[in-house]
Design a binder for this molecule. Structure first.
Ligand SMILES: C[S@@+](CC[C@H](N)C(=O)[O-])C[C@H]1O[C@@H](n2cnc3c(N)ncnc32)[C@H](O)[C@@H]1O
Length: 247
């Protein structure tokens, strides 16, 4: 985000929405760095929201991501932040959770101001047998009520509820299919989980990725959902043979 935001906002006034913004650490950082910014932090957790520092340019609201379009005016945010949130959007099963993520992405699109941006950070797992194998295993384990205690012991905060990570290619497809253009995608250093996590979860690769998204100009460029022409700039090693830039 640090690479994309300064160039985007320059010194104009702008407004952001941090969805799943928790105790507001990122919001406070942005408000401090950009005196012309104002922001709204929403989170499902009242407890985390209560930890937000007071700031005249910040509002906090307890709200679930699935309902943002009902609470804010269309086109009211220049930047919408979804940092390590999307994998938390789960319903009872893996497939319908996908719909929930798409619904939230759709709602973000309606809230974006013209030429607005969405910033997504996600942990990416590439599976060994097939790309989505790790994502399926993690979802099954973390959403199981029977394995709740075991998963908690192994450090899964979401044990009994579930989390749904995706491989890089699937995130990109989801963003394109929900109408976004991927302006930029940066991947982080490989994380190295211990062998007793890596082997049973069939993890081939594990890293963070940042996606910088926009909605194509409704009058100008045609958005071709499945076209790689949408990717203006991609700095990822996997999909793009160009040298990957590590963040
Ligand atoms: C992993 S934390 C990320 C916090 C912060 N965005 C960051 O990057 O450090 C995920 C946050 O999303 C919130 N969350 C989970 N499901 C949510 C939902 N459906 N709507 C809004 N917030 C949600 C959690 O309460 C938590 O604060």
């Amino acid at each position: 985000m640090e690479k994309c935001l300064p160039e985007y906002v320059r010194d104009r006034s702008w407004r952001f929405l941090d969805v799943g913004g928790a105790s507001g650490a990122l919001a406070d950082f942005l408000l401090d760095k950009y005196p012309n910014a104002e922001g709204v932090v929403i989170d499902i957790s009242k407890e985390l929201l209560n930890r937000n520092a007071e700031n005249d340019r910040k509002q906090c609201q307890q709200l679930s991501a699935e309902h943002i379009a009902d609470h804010f005016k269309p086109h009211s945010f220049d930047v919408i932040i979804l940092h390590t949130l999307l994998h938390h959007l789960v319903t009872g099963d893996y497939e319908s959770s996908d719909n929930m993520v798409r619904t939230v992405m759709g709602q973000c699109a309606t809230l974006l101001a013209p030429n607005g941006r969405v910033s997504v950070v996600e942990r990416v797992y590439e599976g060994r047998v097939f790309a989505e194998s790790t994502s399926h295993i993690i979802f099954r384990l973390t959403s199981s009520k029977h394995l709740c205690r075991l998963c908690k012991r192994l450090g899964a905060h979401t044990a009994g509820v579930g989390v749904r990570f995706l491989p890089l290619r699937q995130w990109k497809t989801l963003f394109r299919e929900t109408g976004y253009t991927i302006l930029r995608c940066d991947v982080g250093q490989q994380l190295k989980p211990k062998w007793y996590i890596r082997w049973p979860l069939l993890i081939a690769e594990d890293y963070h990725a940042h996606f910088w998204l926009s909605i194509p100009d409704r009058n100008g460029c045609r958005h071709d959902r499945f076209s790689f022409r949408n990717v203006v700039q991609c700095v990822c090693g996997k999909d793009d043979e160009r040298l990957s830039e590590r963040v």
